[in-house]
Design a protein around this ligand. Structure first.
Ligand code: ADP
Ligand code: MG
Length: 287
């Protein structure tokens, strides 16, 4: 039978907009030593704004952007929303075939028989498209590269903002003796800038979904109880691997919310230490 304290804990959490799918996760959170977080949509707003567009000489920027926008209309990734907000309505005359979303990389499709790629430089590498002459500089922006017809066609720089309560959330976790860690598929330079803003020492960028999973496995192998907090489609496997998988409910995909053990409905990172405190208080009542 379920001890009465668990119902109290689950209720107390739910009144704070935190849904627990079982009392066992209250226990696990009470003992958690590492909170591993995704960057985009978890610690940052996940609302990108296009800063700059650079299209290679000889290509029509409007034409390239229209194709990119059409391709991104197949994705729910925050990057897709930024591009849609910038370019505007999708040109229905553009025909895309074999549209594919490659997790942690971006999108691929055929346009009139030519391969169009939109994503990070790893995606271009995968299709052996040269881009090493492209200088994206030291600016802490996310770079979305475009490959078209076997060549580098240009890139967009996009920027996101940290959530207003993210720094406080990190400080509260540290005060509870927890080590915060950030894992991201974004460029290392962007990840470092966000980590420095928030006071996170352990931060890793350029990670594929499987790299994130391996990182969690490593941490678990050292005997630590791990909570992972994420938002995106790509986070479902990592959430499943963690002792406690926490999803941001507002931005989160259905798959992520389904897999999660705990859902933070209003997407505020400050609810992470609140959930941990409810776990600790509940344990005191039960035992
Ligand atoms: P994060 O860990 O920051 O949430 P993701 O694993 O979701 O990152 O994505 C990693 C990177 O892959 C993004 O920073 C972006 O460069 C690229 N990417 C993913 N999805 C898309 C998309 N729909 N369009 C363009 N680029 C994408
Ligand atoms: Mg993500």
């Amino acid at each position: 039978s379920i001890p009465l304290g668990y119902f109290g804990g689950i209720g107390a959490a739910s009144r704070r907009g935190i849904l627990f799918k079982g009392g066992n996760f209250l226990d696990a959170l009470a003992n958690v030593k590492h909170v591993v977080m995704d960057k985009t949509g978890t610690l940052t707003k996940g609302v990108f704004r296009v800063q700059d567009v650079i299209i290679r000489d000889g290509l029509d920027p409007a034409e390239i952007l229209a194709m990119v926008n059409a391709l991104e209309s197949n994705s729910t990734h925050p990057v897709a929303t930024a591009i849609h907000d910038y370019v505007g309505q999708v040109d229905q005359a553009i025909r895309l075939d074999q549209v594919e979303e490659i997790p942690g990389h971006g999108l691929k499709a055929l346009v009139a028989g030519k391969v169009l790629l939109v994503g990070n430089f790893k995606l271009l590498d995968q299709f052996e498209i040269m881009h090493n002459n492209v200088d994206t500089g030291d600016i802490p922006y996310t770079v979305i590269a475009i490959g078209y017809d076997g060549r580098y066609a240009g890139h967009l720089t996009i920027a996101d903002e940290v959530k207003p309560d993210a720094a406080a959330a990190i400080n509260q976790m540290k005060a509870l003796g927890i080590t915060p860690t950030m894992l991201s598929g974004d460029r290392a330079i962007v990840v470092r800038a966000v980590a420095d803003t928030l006071g996170i020492t352990d931060a890793y960028g350029d990670l594929l979904p499987e790299d994130k999973a391996n990182k969690i496995k490593e941490m678990k192998a050292s005997g630590s109880i791990i909570a992972f907090v994420g938002d995106g489609v790509n986070d479902a496997p990592v959430i499943a691997l963690s002792d406690v998988g926490i999803a941001m409910g507002g931005l989160g995909s259905d798959a992520t919310i389904e897999t999660a053990d705990v859902v933070i409905q209003d997407d505020q990172p400050s609810k992470i230490p609140v959930a941990i405190n409810v776990g600790k208080a509940t344990r005191r009542i039960v035992w």
